[in-house]
Design a protein around this ligand. Sequence first.
Ligand code: F0G
Length: 373
Amino acid sequence: MAFSLSTAQSSALGDAALKRSNWSGLIEAYRPYLPVTQSTPVVTLLEGNTPLIPVPRIAEIIGKGVRVLVKYDGLNPTGSFKDRGMTMAISKAKEAGAKAVICASTGNTSAAAAAYARRGGMNAFVLIPDGYVALGKLAQALLYGAKVITIKGNFDVCLEIVQEMAANYPVTLVNSVNPYRLEGQKTAAFELVDNLGDAPDWLCIPVGNAGNISAYWMGFCQYHQQGKCARLPRMMGFQAEGASPLITGKIVTHPETVATAIRIGNPASWEKAIAVQQASQGQFNSVTDSEILDAYRLLASEEGIFCEPASAASVAGLLKVKDQVPAGATVVCVLTGNGLKDPDTAIKHSTSQYYQGIEANTTAVAEVMGLNN
Ligand code: F0G
């Protein structure tokens, strides 16, 4: 069959393709909203502009004509939303003449810090909890050329150490206590409004150190002030049950969860996050590891979307409080990281049929396929 398009069709396609190919990173896209000047050296890997994907099977579970979409930030250059904050933090560090940066991390921040620091010609030192960082994230930090230091202690301990190091040595701290990080991360809220034409009714988001929820709210409020959106979302934050200080109101000294990215007991942006919850009439809730893993498998096997366990906490949370979702609402769940970051968890918790070591002939293969009757 001949392949032909009308002039209007081909020019619309051309526009869409051009928009994607002309994307020059989130600092250029949202420059008027960011604390940069013409003399800021922009260190970018063309992060941002990530897809907002409808998830109809999950919407069906909720019913009531609710529309559910996921913001798939796992498609950023290093595979997580951290790239949004890191392009800003590293550009500003370079502008200030820094030679080295340091961060504590459950994995994703370290991968992003390493990539952007090296891209900007700086050294990166990353402190991570020994034995609790997903394989892909560790591989990234090492290959990007960071100095990786594993600590006999959890993320909260690592964060205390790097704050002290940055106060006493010539290294710039690039954890989300660095305000430029949240400035970059708020652009995800801008993209949501630019895509949807308004803010969603609900934003469901995993919460660890609580920087991202604070950044999203900042973005929605700025766009609202500029008249870019008519409403503000309810911010629904979800923590893993074994690491849920925002729900219990108490520091968790020994946080534990399969979602190692959010294995945090004393979030740095604790107060900010509480203020966001109050201002947005939102809620914090916890989800168990088994609810997280159910949502993780559901996203992959029913929607074709592979995110990391911490990211699935947003969908697990939405399903947990689904009775509260207003009929006809638009809900966005933030998927913060790519599933490829953590292959061990995927393989360990897959419930798919997996036949190993089968004889190399069609009879044996047909048999495991159930075709031999
Ligand atoms: N999802 C993923 C995949 C994360 O890596 C993190 C945080 C969060 C959610 C929570 O975001 O901390 O802003 O509330 N990861 C940090 C890190 C702590 O070191 O990579 P938050």
